[in-house]
Structures are given as C-alpha cells and as structure tokens.
Design a binder for this molecule. Structure first.
Ligand code: PLP
Length: 472
C-alpha cells in the first residue's frame, strides 16, 4: 500500500512538457544537437513516457533527481536518433566480398563520381549532342562493350533481376533447358528454379546432379524451346565423377535450332584475369563471349568490384529487345549506381584494375598483408588486456564466388584471460567503430587482407575502448 502511494507521488512530480521547455537545458540541448524545437519537444515527451514507465515498473532509483533523469533520457534519445542505421564496419573476416557487409567497397574513382552526380544535376537521360531526351542505357554501354568485347550491353538493378528479366523476355510461355547440376540456390533466397517459375518460363531439366551430356540437351530441344540457360554454380563445386557441357558446345547446338538463344548467367563475371594471376578458374567475360554465346549476365558488386548492378551483355538483336521491354523501366538503375559503375569500369578500360579495392585485395601478396598486420601489432601490444599472435590463415573470396579458392593470408589472433572469444567478438561488433571478426578454433581472428592501412588506427581505437571497459 505504502509503495503504491509512493509511486503515485513520484508520478505526480513528473514535470509537464511545457515546463521542461522553459528550462535552460532545453535550450542547451537544442543548440548542442542543432535540433528543431518541435523535434526536441517530441523527444522530451518520449523521455517522460519512458521515465513514467520505469517508475511504474519500480525501476526508478532516485526520486529527487527526476528532472535530470528525464534530461539524461532525452539526450540518450537524441543520440540514438542521430545515429544512422546503415553504418560502416571494419571487415576483419578476410572474406573479400562479404554479402552481409555490403560486398565490394568502391574505388576512389567510383566514389568521386557518385559524389559529383549526387551533388549536381546530370545528363542521366539527356543527350548532350542534340539537347534532347537521351537514354540512361547509353551511359555505360560503350565502356561495357570495350571491356567485354560485347556487341551491346545494358544494366539493371542486380544480377538476380537480370536473370528474371532475360527469362521473362525470351522464355515466357516457352521452354528453357537447364542442367540439373546447375539448379542452384544462391544466398538463401535466389533459386534458379523459382525465378524461372516466376518469369513464366517452363523449366526443362536435363542430365543428373553430377553429369550432363551434350546429347541430353540435344534430345530436349523441341519446337517450344526458346533458350538454353547455363548457370554458373557460383557457391559450390561438385568434385569427382562429373561431366558438364561447355558454353562452346551449347553454342554449337544452335545449328540444330536456328532461333535458339544461349544465355549464360556468369554470377560474378570477372573482367580481370584472376586465373592468369593464379587464382581460381573463372574465365574473363570476354573469353565467354568469344564462344558466340548470345547473352551473358553478371553482378556489379562481386568480383567486378563496383556497385550493386546486373550487367547484361551480348548480341545486339537481343539487347535491343530488352531495352525496349516494359521490365527495363521496372528494373532500372539509379544515377548514383551508374556513376559508381562508370568509375569502376573505367579502371578496367585503363588497365588499372588494381585501383579497385576488391581486385587489389584479391591480389595482395602474403607479405603485403603481413605488413598491415605488423603496423597494427606495433601499436596494440601496449594494451595489456590482450594476448596477440601472428598466424597464417586462409582468406575467402565470398559473395558466392570461387568457393574452392582459399587465398593464403596473415591474421592476428587475439584473446584475453577474462573475456570469452564470443564476448570479445560481440564487444568488437557492437563498438564504434564496429569490427566484424572471424572466430576460428575458439579464437578471435583478424585477417588483414580485408583491413586497409586507413582502418588500422580505428581498429586500435576499438581495442583501446574494450581495454578501458574491462581493465582491473
Ligand atoms: C550472385 C549470383 C546471382 C545473383 O546476383 P545478384 O547481383 O546478387 O543479384 C545470380 N546468379 C548467380 C550464378 C550468382 O552467382
């Protein structure tokens, strides 16, 4: 009974909003955070509600400081409100194209283009020669043609959209032949068979999981066949007793059916010859197109190292149809993505692919990674909470790309006597800046392949903060 009375009394003492508005703290907060009065008022209201709830739940400790308690709560809310939801993180996992962490980081050139186009009006759909309406499809088409050798090209929202678009435009109501070994699921939500169903194309599966022969395709050809689709099995590799049909062989099927379209979903689609650099076995897009394949599509933010985009390249007659299709408008790309893509593709055209972070990080030698790790170690060894150790690890490419490829790398392994590795990983992730790590054999691993020189001082800061919290 006594308690209920007390709670009621505290509740009665909560100052009303209009009174708090007159206090100097209200003025100070609005100045400090450059807040509009009405926005701050609404936050004060929310703070009062939150304090009231806490009092009613018996969670209010010091009744006499009710007002300062409300101001503290208000300031917390202001801070929470001004912190963006989409935040930069430091990727210490060593996975270069981490889909959950935004895949590729953009090159300096690409970033500069984005900023310029975002700040200004642009010729997005404006023909500079005629002064009349232009097409956004023209923006990067020449560049794509230059770096892939394609006759024509266009860009849509992402590669999943490209697959859907191509199947819908050319396969709707008709048969599309796919090898059973290529009916993949990518990233947990993109299933070739489901996309095909959505597109209205009729899936004709041929072969078995591990073996598909040319004659399987040949026997499946019918008057209703519109297309043969080859899907890059990006995120897995069947090893052992396997048999696939090459793109070239599929192209040769066209002699049996004149209007057959051969389309290859390349997934990542490489423009830099990683195979020549000793990494993986993916042919460059140009090599694939040289087989005479009609259409290929690939992602902008996988190994290409640009923004999210789906690039469609191939024969002019098909690309012209796609550009005029209703869905082209539905799947169209934003000007900032075009700006970033142009900046990225320019690096390939100028033979400066190593200016692209994803390409650069793929090619970093183990010595270069070690150099980064050493710079970090030199500074952090003064932090006594942690034990540090340099170890050899393997980086992954990620983004469902080259699953079999493991790139030798160097990492710093860290542990403490007091915190579990999971707790340390949690603290690093929740800190500012946020550091996302890999746990390996119960240890936190910082793989320096994906950490730049510029991020090292920030990483040191992250560990320093944890040391301050847990010291003593
Ligand atoms: C990644 C991938 C896709 C989807 O590409 P997004 O750009 O992520 O939409 C489609 N097909 C294959 C084979 C892929 O590897």
């Amino acid at each position: 009974m006594e308690k209920v009375k007390k709670v009621k009394e505290i509740l009665r003492n909560i100052p009303p909003v209009h009174e708090l508005q007159k206090q100097h703290t209200f003025y100070l907060l609005s100045k400090k955070y450059n807040l509009d009065e009405s926005v701050l008022t609404s936050l004060v209201r929310q703070a009062i509600d939150s304090v009231r709830n806490r009092v009613m739940n018996g969670g209010h400790p010091i009744e006499k400081e009710l007002t300062s308690f409300i101001w503290d709560e208000t300031e917390e809310m202001v801070k929470r409100k001004s912190k963006p939801t989409l935040l930069p993180v430091i990727n210490a996992t060593g996975t270069i194209l981490h889909t959950n962490l935004g895949r590729a980081r953009l090159s300096k050139e690409a970033i500069d283009r984005v900023v310029e186009v975002a700040e200004n009006y642009s010729n997005l759909e404006f023909n500079m020669d005629s002064g009349k309406r232009g097409s956004r499809h023209d923006i990067v088409e020449d560049l794509i043609k230059e770096v892939t050798g394609a006759e024509a090209a266009m860009v849509v929202n992402n590669n999943a959209a490209a697959v859907f678009f191509i199947l819908n435009a050319f396969g709707k109501g008709k048969e599309v032949i796919v090898s059973r070994g290529q009916l993949v699921e990518i990233g947990g939500s993109f299933r070739i068979s489901s996309i095909m169903e959505e597109s209205g194309a009729k899936l004709v599966e041929v072969g078995t999981t591990n073996k598909t022969h040319l004659k399987d395709y040949k026997e499946a050809l019918s008057d209703d066949t519109s297309m043969v689709l080859k899907v890059h099995t990006s995120n897995f590799k069947i090893v052992g007793f396997t048999q696939g049909v090459s793109t070239q062989q599929l192209v040769d099927l066209k002699q049996f059916q004149e209007d057959l379209i051969v389309y290859e979903d390349l997934g990542s689609g490489v423009l830099f010859d990683f195979m020549e650099a000793g990494i993986g076995e993916e042919p460059v897009v140009q090599k694939v197109l040289e087989t005479g394949v009609d259409i290929v599509s690939f992602s902008g933010d996988k190994l290409l190292g640009g923004p999210q985009a789906g690039i469609i390249a191939g024969k002019k007659e098909y690309l012209n149809k796609l550009k005029k299709h209703q869905l082209a408008r539905v799947l169209r790309v934003d000007k900032m993505s075009f700006a970033a893509l142009e900046g990225t593709l320019q690096a390939y055209a100028n033979k400066k692919a190593k200016d692209i972070p994803a390409v650069r990080d793929m090619l970093l030698s183990i010595e270069e990674v070690k150099e980064r790790a050493m710079v970090f170690l030199d500074t952090v060894t003064s932090l006594n909470l942690f034990h540090w150790e340099l170890v050899e690890v393997e980086s992954m490419v990620g983004g469902g790309t080259m699953p079999e490829v493991k790139i030798p790398s160097i990492a710093v392994r860290v542990h403490t006597d007091t915190l579990s590795s999971q707790t340390l990983a949690d603290e690093l992730r929740k800190g500012t800046p946020s550091v996302v790590v890999r746990l390996q054999d119960q240890h936190v691993i910082l793989d320096f392949r994906t950490i730049t020189q510029g991020e090292i001082p920030k990483m040191v800061e992250a560990f320093r903060k944890i040391e301050l919290t847990y010291r003593d």
